[in-house]
Ligand binder design. Structure first.
Ligand SMILES: [Fe+2]
Ligand SMILES: [Fe+2]
Length: 318
């Protein structure tokens, strides 16, 4: 069925990446690191969900480290992300994003638009954008997770549309996130050695441990580096009836320094204990489901349109 989007799809395509392939490659490369990390730790814990993985050896951790070290495109990506995500940029990004003329689309239309704009560079091995969303939701559905969580799985990466709504590049859309306005993690983050050129590194306040925040102020009150998580979180907070747990899953899903490495614990408050449980419950579905079979969007659409209608208005302002 053709999709009814008021603006022609071509109008959203980026001149510097007409088929979204550069985006797809970077997006996959940064996800691969987290999948590899999960495989490596799953094996160490005796979890055999990833039997036959490349990391099934005694030297899992070493293999993982070499994998990261040799991943040149990810390293280049993180140098740019860790250099340009400053407080100033983050304040401006939040101001700008909702100020420009916004397009109106249903959730399903947004899924189809993202899928059309990002042409999977390697369709044989990697799921398309819509398939990844459906895989995540379907894995939750199979496990009997509640409807709100299935919908959360379905929408969690829709913020990637930001790439086509005026982002500067890939660095302000994807990648693991971190807190700006305080000291950068020295080890609990991927490529911790790549913050050298970030101007905030030498700022008199932002370079300190707590920076512009107070201890135990709550993660709700810290500014997390701008990207698809925060963008979608702001949209869902205003325009959906998804529960708080869903908002936690959306906002923190790329916040690996916190939810996996346990950096920034000194900013946590009581509510963040629950937030951590929520995002940890979500994370395996995002990563593990990448190895599942490819779902059929046409067959699944009626079921998920029904769920979407329970939590979202017909049209969303993007
Ligand atoms: Fe994501
Ligand atoms: Fe995802």
């Amino acid at each position: 069925m053709p999709i009814a989007i008021p603006t022609p799809v071509e109008a959203f395509a980026r001149a510097d990446d007409p088929k979204g392939r550069k985006f797809d490659e970077i997006s996959d490369a940064v996800d691969d690191i987290n999948v590899a990390q999960l495989k490596s730790s799953a094996h160490a814990d005796g979890d055999n969900a990833y039997d036959n993985s490349a990391f099934d050896s005694e030297k899992d951790k070493e293999t993982f480290r070499q994998f990261v070290d040799s991943n040149e495109s990810s390293r280049r990506f993180y140098i740019e992300q860790h250099t340009k995500q400053t407080v100033e940029f983050n304040v401006e990004a939040r101001r700008k994003v909702f100020e420009t003329a916004r397009t109106s689309m249903s959730v399903w239309e947004a899924m189809e638009l993202l899928n059309t704009l990002v042409d999977a560079s390697d369709p044989d091995t990697s799921a398309t954008q819509i398939q990844h969303l459906l895989q995540t939701a379907e894995a939750m559905r199979k496990d009997g997770k509640p409807e709100w969580m299935q919908v959360t799985g379905l929408v969690h990466d829709l913020g990637k549309l930001l790439y086509f709504f005026g982002s500067d590049g890939q660095w302000d859309v994807v990648g693991d996130t971190f807190v700006v306005g305080c000291q950068f993690p020295t080890d609990k983050i991927v490529y911790p050695d790549t913050f050298g050129e970030n101007p905030d590194l030498h700022h008199e306040v932002y370079s300190t441990k707590f920076g512009m925040y107070k201890p135990n102020c709550g993660l709700e009150n810290v500014m997390i580096s701008w990207g698809h998580d925060e963008y979608l979180y702001l949209i869902c907070k205003e325009q959906s009836s998804l529960p708080q747990a869903a908002l936690h899953m959306i906002r923190y899903h790329s916040f690996y320094p916190w939810h996996r490495e346990r950096a920034y614990t000194y900013f946590e408050n009581e509510a963040d204990k629950q937030a951590l449980k929520d995002v940890l419950a979500f994370n395996p579905y995002d990563l593990y489901s990448k190895s599942d079979s490819l779902p059929d969007p046409v067959a699944l659409r009626p079921y998920y349109e029904g769920l979407i209608a329970k939590f979202f208005p017909e049209k969303i302002k993007w």
